[in-house]
Design a protein around this ligand. Structure first.
Ligand code: FES
Ligand SMILES: [Fe+2]
Length: 337
């Protein structure tokens, strides 16, 4: 699989950038994020060029981010704009001091950063979270560090058969039935639509889907590691779970999950019930992925077998290895869950 550079990733939530700098690792790169006193956000390599202190140990001043050791201060472009001990005529052994800076985009309460790949310039803007800010919608973000690689996390978020096992009783039961799934795809995405999804026999199933209503269920994967699940009974009853996976390293992934729903009439009450449920489901996934990763690491490199019931996992692997799925005609699979 390619390194998946050349994409936008969520580094943190806006609310996490207060008076102190924040250390984050994205795709193995140690970064520091900070909010300047004028409100702008900077993202720099987390290493002072002077004696290599992590800048995330520093402080935010009126000038920028000041290193904790000798106070060299950097602005959001990475330029060192102040060396407190400098006199006129001071020199360095390497030209003008500067650390690497990264493009940042802050919107909808999260901070995205662009890690350049072949191109220093991103192809477009980071994605938008649907219905964020809409008056009739309830939404919030959850953030977890999974002990697992970003593929295993993304696959889990779109994998239906595990829900009968890992989330038994909470989300689905052990009663399974056959589902027809239509798979469609494009250059950087693949989607499964479940054509005969029926009401689940759990409390959540009854909340999600009114009796007798047909529920539209779609699962979608978009490069680099974004997943989106929709359950929609009708316009006024619609649940979305969208996760953006930010790889930390080979075995760790920071996952930002956007939960949004519309439930006309009862939304605040449903939120009270749904929120703890969503956290519980996420905890179960964190736990199963941790165990999977422990076992993968114990027994050597991944050697996965792909089966029809894995729905779009094979297509996700193809996209991640750089293959476009544009021009493939829609196809039908049958899966029991
Ligand atoms: S190590 Fe950063 S100022 Fe000296
Ligand atoms: Fe799950």
């Amino acid at each position: 699989m390619t390194t998946m550079r050349g994409h936008w990733y969520i580094a943190c939530r806006s609310a996490q950038l207060q008076r102190r700098p924040l250390a984050r690792i994205v795709l193995g790169e140690p970064l520091v994020l900070f909010r300047m006193q004028d409100g702008r956000v900077g993202a720099l390599a987390d290493r002072c060029v002077h004696r290599n202190m992590a800048l995330s140990r520093g402080t935010i001043t009126a000038d920028g981010l000041a290193c904790a050791y000798h106070g060299w201060t950097y602005d959001s472009s990475g330029a060192c704009i102040k060396v407190p001990a400098a006199c006129n005529g001071c020199t360095t052994n390497g030209g003008q001091p500067r650390v690497r800076s990264y493009l940042v985009c802050e919107k909808q309460g999260v901070v995205w950063i662009y890690l350049p790949g072949d191109s220093e310039i991103p192809e477009g803007e980071p994605l938008d979270f649907p219905f964020h800010g809409h008056a009739r919608w309830q939404y919030w973000f959850m953030e977890r560090v999974f002990e697992g690689d970003a593929f295993n996390c993304a696959e889990n978020f779109l994998d239906c058969p595990h829900t009968n096992h890992v989330h038994q009783g909470l989300f689905r039961t052990d009663k399974t039935r056959e589902n027809q799934v239509e798979i469609t795809s494009g250059r950087d995405w693949v989607q499964a639509e479940f054509l005969n999804e029926q009401r689940m026999d759990t409390l959540l199933g009854r909340i999600l889907c009114p009796k007798g209503a047909r529920m539209r269920h779609t699962d979608r994967f978009t490069l680099p590691y974004t997943t989106r699940v929709d359950y929609r009974a009708h316009e006024g009853r619609h649940f979305i779970v969208m996760s953006q996976c930010t790889p930390i390293d080979e075995y760790h992934t920071r996952v930002f999950t956007y939960m949004a729903f519309r439930f006309d009439g009862w939304a605040p009450l449903i939120r009270l019930l749904y929120r703890p449920f969503a956290h519980r489901v996420l905890d179960q996934d964190v736990d199963i992925i941790r165990q999977q990763t422990e076992d993968i690491r114990r027994y050597g490199p991944q050697r996965f077998m792909f089966h029809t019931s894995d729905a779009i996992a094979g297509e996700m692997r193809s996209l991640l290895s750089g293959q476009s799925l544009e021009g493939q005609s829609p196809r039908i699979k049958e899966i029991r869950f």
